[in-house]
Design a protein. Structure first.
Length: 109
């Protein structure tokens, strides 16, 4: 018996040892990107005390659903950039002195 069989690591000739955490095929970057794109999912309501699903309205659920249908990160970013609207600032009340205050012409919503 050699030392690897004594330790419990039985190796089969012709096969490379694999790890459980790493995928067998494909690049790790592609796998991570697929998992990230699939993470925008809403599940069923859990009816918890915090009422998480009551806070998320139908409009926000539709946005998440449309994001899931897009294929790549670039498509998701361009979709979100299209959803941003510029709102002019109506009233300015600086908390600092006028010399130190940072005035903005618009807000983004």
């Amino acid at each position: 018996m050699n030392s690897s069989e004594e330790e419990g690591n039985v190796s089969v000739p012709g096969k490379l040892p694999t790890t459980k955490k790493r995928r067998k095929y494909g690049r790790l970057k592609e796998v991570a990107m697929r998992l990230k794109l699939q993470s925008f999912e809403t599940g069923k309501d859990c009816n918890c005390k915090k009422k998480c699903f009551d806070c998320v309205g139908q409009y926000k659920k539709d946005i998440i659903q449309r994001m899931n249908q897009l294929g790549s990160n670039d498509a998701i970013n361009s979709y979100l950039a299209g959803q941003v609207s510029v709102i002019p600032v109506n009233r300015r009340r600086p908390r600092n002195e006028e010399d130190e205050a940072k005035f903005r012409d618009a807000n983004f919503a």
